[in-house]
Design a protein around this ligand. Structure first.
Ligand code: LLP
Length: 389
């Protein structure tokens, strides 16, 4: 339920506007902490989901580590209170400068994605007189029940070491003196709600790590990645994901060796529901099937519907006092692209120019994926602990 006072505020505020519910973030973090500490699991927040500094400070304050995929993300994490020894660095295309930055800051580990990358990290570590701690990111070839653009753990995806590359590394590892293998890393995809996917991942990991032990590699850590989905259909009813069910799945199915530590890299499940994109209706326009509601937000503010046909719940907050009518609309933005559509065939009630529209669950992969296409201005930002003043 959006408070009346907030709706009043938005009436005169510049839209589109990203609103962040900081109380919900705190509650989410509390539940995450309770659920993960039951098993002593380590959580690294995936900055890519939302790198807003105010949000990052809150997440680092609670003691989470960071999962970064660029040198800039590493710097941002450090600036916002994440200690270097809790930062991990993934990505298939780490540049020399980024590797050097990570080495200089002595981060926890590199999640390595190719044999050639390992060679380069070893060389740069040698040149700078350091030892780089690495995880081998393995491609477990798992089918994640999610959109094809956000599945990462299938054999044909670009992520992780193919078995042939892992083999090359194992054969040459004695020559790579500036590398220390800290563990194995996996990430099978994002927005996964079926726990069977994670259960299957556990089975794969149990087998894979046994193979490594047989080859004489001691695995101190397992990083199981992120991927826990959120409820985009019912954001109010399910504002906080079921972290306990998620961690229980790993606890029940992962065969751990003595003293082995388990890490996760959650992004979406921590920040998605805290964000709402507010927009105003510019025009109601006749369409071929349904009328179009043209709003002042577009794919440059929220790319997910255009890129993944993602569903976000949308409501009109201005028509509560109007007679209830069944009206079906398509909701679109102003950008010159046919894919700049937020939803089709949705019931919004009587909708008019100037009405306030809420697009829910936009805290993750929302504002951070925005662009200036069509030279559109950036959306403004408002936090729940600020609008009352
Ligand atoms: N770790 C790695 C190595 C990843 O690639 C990702 C996400 C995560 C962790 C965090 O996953 P999460 O817990 O957020 O599911 N832009 C897309 C999602 C891309 C996810 C990329 N990798 C979307 O809007 O759905």
């Amino acid at each position: 339920m959006i408070p009346k006072k907030l709706i009043e505020h938005i009436k005169s505020a510049k839209t589109p506007l990203y609103f962040y519910n900081m109380q919900l973030l705190s509650q989410t973090l509390e539940q995450l902490k309770t659920a993960s500490s039951k098993y002593g699991y380590h959580i690294h927040y995936a900055l890519k989901a939302n790198f807003n500094s105010k949000i990052l400070k809150e997440i680092s304050r609670i003691g989470l580590g960071a999962d970064c995929v660029s040198g800039n993300e590493i710097e941002k994490a450090l600036e916002n209170g994440f200690p270097a020894e809790k930062i991990v660095f993934a990505g298939v295309g780490k540049t020399n400068d980024e590797i050097l930055l990570a080495l200089k800051n002595n981060i926890q580990a590199f999640n390595c994605e190719s044999y050639q990358e390992i060679i380069i990290i070893n060389d740069l570590a040698k040149k700078t007189g350091r030892k780089a701690k690495i995880y081998l990111r393995l491609n477990p070839d798992i089918i994640a029940d999610t959109h094809k653009n956000i599945t990462t753990g299938k054999a044909e995806n670009k992520f992780g070491l193919q078995p042939s590359e892992t083999e090359k590394f194992l054969q040459n590892r004695d020559n790579l003196k500036n590398i220390e293998v800290e563990g194995l890393h996996f990430h099978v995809g994002s927005q996964i709600s079926d726990m069977n996917v994670f259960k299957n991942l556990c089975f794969k990991v149990n087998k894979l790590q046994n193979d490594f032990y047989k080859k004489g590699l001691n695995i101190k850590n397992l990083n199981m990645g992120g991927g826990l989905g959120v409820d985009y259909l019912n954001p109010k009813e399910n504002a906080i994901p079921d972290f306990q069910k998620y961690f229980d799945t790993f606890h029940n199915h992962l065969n751990l060796k003595a003293n082995q530590q388990v890490h996760f890299e959650l992004g979406r499940s921590i920040v998605a529901q805290m964000g709402t994109l507010f927009s105003k209706v510019l025009y109601i326009k006749e369409g071929f099937q349904n009328p179009f509601v043209i709003i002042d937000a577009s794919m440059t503010d929220l790319l997910r519907p255009a890129l993944y046909e993602a569903f976000h719940k949308i409501e009109n907050l201005s028509n509560t006092n109007r007679p209830k009518i069944k009206s079906i609309y398509d909701v679109a933005g102003p950008v010159c692209e046919s894919s700049d559509v937020f939803a089709r065939n949705i019931s919004l009630g009587d909708t008019r120019r100037g009405d306030i529209i809420a697009i829910y669950s936009t805290g993750a992969y929302g504002q951070v994926m925005s662009s200036s296409y069509n030279l559109r201005p950036a959306a403004s930002t408002l936090y729940s602990d600020e609008y009352l003043f």
